[in-house]
Ligand binder design. Structure first.
Ligand code: PEP
Ligand code: MG
Length: 932
């Protein structure tokens, strides 16, 4: 006996201890202990594996203990290990605490040798099957325990097939397979210099050691690194030794796989397939077509009834949909394996609601068993699952959903073609705020650069449009209006399909299927709202986005970015006029034209969100973002100058030519005259001197506004203080819209939010503007306005001065996009394009801090700001409106840090609602140690 208990029979293992028994072992114990017919067996623990790996040999006494267990299997099955008449065969299966499919090794039919083979032939009456099992065992054993490469066996297989004229493996007869098995045994001898071990215990010992070793095999190590499986999650593999049962022992035998409910639809009926007189591999290999389980009700009614009993037992025990494997050996049903069924999003929602309604699980369980990100699939159009097209390229899945359309390479063309009813896909290297009209017109966006939080990704997500970003395989040539991918050239107007859920890009059109909010989803989300403490608001910039957010269950708007309205192509010229104004009067004139437009926008949003808060953020980006780039202007100016020179030269040309040749033919002079006239007309309409002068003035302004670090420059509240008339116009537009709502009986709840605040003094200055405009609007409209005034907290200093800010602000909203950028001193765009992927790949950082909130750093700052802010103003309302507001793990932190709400793009609202409920349900799992 070994000193420590390293082996547990399925009857005695603690089914709750996956770390010790591995997932598969724990499950086999659980199934045995709830009275399911599981083939007898035992588990050798992960502790034994670690001891083996440490000492490079099995623990003392382990094999003696194994002999005791095997004797017990012999007693239970009435078979003998190595018995030539009635042989006991076993499988040796790996299984760690975390499922690592296919990463470690499994050996089947162990116990076969020349003698037991004849027993198996006699028992099954099926020499072909027995020979096949034998040759497979020899190969698997040779490969796994001795590292013999598959090629050696493949060559022997090819030779036998050729000899017997067999096209496929299944065409080989028992005789041919017997010959092949002999050849395999010989290969084993040649490669190892030893005969194939006949003693089943010898086979078993070597197999156990090999499975233990496979824990440190390259495949398994790579897998754990890729899926971030740490030692705390799984340490070592267990080995399960399980009696083999055979589904190919006649017509009262079968094998199959089942789901306790339909994993495609969630429907509450047993689902799966089986084959009579077959072994598991036949189902997988597709050699014979399996029958649906429903057919078993006619073919084997008694076994079908047993299967239903099995299904019920599994569900009542696991309280979860199960995916199980079964074998029927001569009329006896065995359950070989079960695990939680993997289902699509729809089936997860359907089963959650149905299982909770029937009392099988609690509502809490119904809410926590679904990964919130899964809901994303339900709310966007998806590619028709039946499509077979191969992608042209793959980028990052930046905004989910699928769409097809004609490629266009700039926002203006997108707008033109979009307005004329064409479906277009905007393809750019990367996008900028001035491309916004192209986003409105496009079905989807594809960029060759930028990460999942690039401008394109964030804006597309906000609008609920599919986006693939960072698709580096695509080389875009805007001037030539074409893109190259691998060997394919795509020209403007060619149709492509973008799948923002997978990141794939396809040539041509692939049909899509539409998404709908169905009744069960609505029910589940209503349960989530009841369970959650956090409110879920949406980031939405237009009345249309606001209405959509409300459909998804948004409880208000947490961020309306007003600059998105400025970028609309009808407004941009007025905004540019305002920026270019040299005098206060000229600026005011432009602002006076913008005022009614903004007022109408705000009113539309207040209407769409009646009864709910709408947080409007005053202008944030630096002014130059509303102007063309310097290089674009320089190009245009040089073209205009060139045109000017050309027209002048053409105007002088007839006179010059006449000087050289007074006899110049008349028709020549006439045609030159025509050219002159049309050039003059063109110049008048396109290239008069004022146009050139305007472009030059614009360029001077662009140079003037240019900054070395615009994101840290003249933007946000800094802009509002240097150009107070801009903020005053916006504040007026908000409050006048609110006043109109009061007059019309619309229940508006505006909140005015100031971006980029670093000092309380900044906030006070803007508050003074608000007070003045409020007094004026109230006096003019003769109404009393109710609204809130608050601050974005997205600058590190704002966190540290939260107490002072809270004296002025009634609410805080964490802008974690900027706050993460500032805390790390990483520029978001540069980081995602340059070093972040490497940082994540090599483990310097665990996650992209622009996707998953960095709790230890940024979160810590937030918590300070929450505590200090609330100390100064106990009823301070606090939320988050950065991208992290739609990220489930980050939402969990926000709940723990006692925020009042999260705000995210509309399509993420359902995800955030579910995540908020889960955060509340699991709140006791979080404490200060998250900062450790
Ligand atoms: C933020 O910084 O988190 C934020 C919401 O503002 P923006 O992304 O517009 O800079
Ligand atoms: Mg910001």
């Amino acid at each position: 006996m070994s000193g420590r208990k390293y082996i547990y029979s399925f009857e005695e293992g603690d089914a709750g201890d996956k770390m010790l028994l591995g997932g598969k072992g724990a499950n086999l114990c659980a199934m045995t202990q709830i009275g399911l017919d599981v083939p007898p067996g035992f588990v050798i623990t992960t502790a034994a594996c670690l001891a083996y790996l440490e000492a490079n040999r099995l623990p003392d006494g382990l094999m003696a203990d194994i002999r005791v267990q095997i004797a017990e299997l012999e007693r239970k099955t009435g078979k003998g290990f190595g018995d030539a008449v009635n042989p006991l065969l076993v499988s040796v299966r790996s299984g760690s605490a975390m499922s690592m499919p296919g990463m470690m090794d499994t050996i089947l039919n162990l116990g076969l040798n020349e003698a037991t083979l004849s027993g198996l032939i006699a028992k099954t009456g099926n020499p072909r099957f027995a020979q096949d099992a034998w040759r497979r065992f020899v190969q698997l054993f040779g490969k796994i325990t001795m590292g013999i490469p598959d090629e050696a066996f493949d060559a022997a297989m090819a030779a036998v097939k050729e000899k017997y004229g067999a096209v496929q493996d299944v065409d080989l007869t028992a005789v041919a397979l017997a010959e092949l098995a002999d050849a395999f045994v010989e290969i084993y001898r040649l490669h190892t210099g030893q005969p194939f071990p006949a003693d089943p215990f010898d086979q078993l010992e070597r197999s156990i050691e090999a499975v233990f070793r496979s824990w440190n095999g390259k495949r398994a190590v790579d897998y754990r690194r890729q899926f971030k499986i740490t030692r705390e999650m799984a340490n070592g593999t267990a080995v399960n030794v399980v009696t083999m049962v055979f589904g190919n022992m006649g017509n009262d035998s079968a094998t199959g796989v089942g789901f306790t409910r339909n994993p495609g639809t969630g429907e509450n009926v047993i689902y799966g397939e089986y084959l009579t007189n077959a072994q598991g591999e036949d189902v997988v290999a597709g050699i014979r077509t399996p029958k649906p389980i429903a057919a078993m009700a006619q073919e084997m009614p008694d076994l079908h009834r047993q299967l239903i009993v099995l299904r019920d037992k599994l569900e009542t025990h696991y309280r979860e949909v199960q995916d199980f494997e079964f074998t029927i050996e001569q009329g006896r049903l065995y359950c070989l394996q079960t695990r939680n069924g993997k289902m699509n999003a729809r089936a997860m929602v359907m089963t959650s609601v149905e299982m909770a309604d029937s009392g099988l699980i609690s509502r809490e369980r119904a809410l926590t068993r679904i990964n919130p990100m899964l809901l994303e699939q339900l709310l966007v159009p998806m590619l028709d699952p039946a499509h077979k097209a191969a992608p042209l390229a793959q980028g990052l899945p930046a905004s989910p959903g699928a769409a097809s359309g004609k490629i266009v390479f700039d926002a203006d063309t997108a707008e033109q073609r979009g307005k004329s009813g064409e479906k277009v896909i905007l393809v750019r290297e990367e996008t900028k705020p001035e491309d916004i009209h192209g986003f409105f017109a496009a079905q989807a966006i594809l960029t060759s650069r930028g990460g999942k939080t690039s401008h394109a990704a964030v804006v597309a997500r906000g609008m609920g449009k599919p986006c693939v970003s960072g698709c580096e395989a695509i080389r875009i040539d805007v001037r030539e209006r074409r893109a190259e991918v691998g060997g394919t050239t795509l020209r403007e107007g060619d149709v492509v399909t973008i799948d923002g859920t997978s990141g794939n890009v396809y040539a041509g059109e692939i049909p899509t299927v539409e998404a709908k909010v169905f009744a069960e989803l609505a029910t589940l989300l209503a349960w989530a709202d009841e369970a959650a403490r956090l409110q879920v608001l949406a980031n939405a910039d237009t009345p249309r986005d606001a209405a959509r957010a409300r459909q998804y269950g948004a409880m208000g708007i947490g961020l309306c970015r007003t600059e998105r309205m400025f970028n609309d192509s009808a407004r941009l010229p007025i905004v540019q006029e305002m920026i270019l104004a040299d005098t206060n009067e000229a600026r005011r004139a432009a602002l006076d034209r913008l005022l009614p437009i903004q007022r109408a926008d705000f009113k539309g949003i207040f209407e769409a969100m009646a009864g709910l808060p709408v947080t409007v953020r005053l202008l944030d980006p630096p002014m130059h973002e509303f102007l063309p780039t310097a290089s674009q202007l320089e190009f245009e100016i040089s073209q205009l100058r060139h045109l000017q020179r050309t027209t002048r030269t053409v105007a002088e040309l007839p006179e010059t030519l006449k000087l050289l040749d007074p006899e110049l033919p008349r028709d020549y002079v006439e045609s030159l005259g025509k050219l002159q006239q049309s050039l003059a007309r063109y110049r008048e309409s396109h290239s008069d001197d004022t146009l050139l002068a305007r472009r030059e003035a614009l360029l001077r302004k662009v140079h003037l506004l240019s900054e070395v670090n615009p994101m840290l420059g003249h933007r946000g509240v800094r802009l509002g203080i240097s150009y107070p008339e801009v903020y005053e116009m916006q504040i007026r537009a908000i409050l006048e819209a609110a006043a109109e709502c009061v007059q019309e009986g619309i229940d508006a709840h505006p909140e005015i939010m100031v971006p980029q605040v670093a000092t309380a003094e900044e906030l006070k200055r803007v508050k003074a503007m608000v007070d003045a405009v409020q007094a004026d609007v109230e006096a003019h409209a003769d109404v009393k306005l109710h609204f809130k005034f608050g601050s974005m907290v997205e600058v590190v200093r704002a966190c540290l001065r939260a107490a002072r800010l809270a004296e002025v602000a009634e609410f805080f909203s964490f802008g974690t996009n900027d706050l993460s950028q500032a805390t790390f001193s990483f520029s978001r765009e540069d980081a995602e394009n340059k070093f972040l992927p490497l940082y994540i790949e090599t483990g310097v950082l665990r996650d992209n801090p622009f996707e998953a909130l960095d709790v230890k750093g940024v979160g810590r700052l937030m918590k300070l700001a929450v505590d200090w802010g609330r100390a100064a103003r106990p009823d301070l309302v606090i939320g988050i409106c950065g991208e992290h507001g739609g990220h489930p793990e980050s939402i969990r932190f926000c709940h723990w840090a006692k925020l009042d709400y999260v705000s995210c793009s509309a399509p993420r609202v359902p995800i955030a609602r579910l995540a908020a409920a889960q955060a509340k349900i699991r709140e006791s799992e979080c404490d200060e140690s998250i900062f450790a």
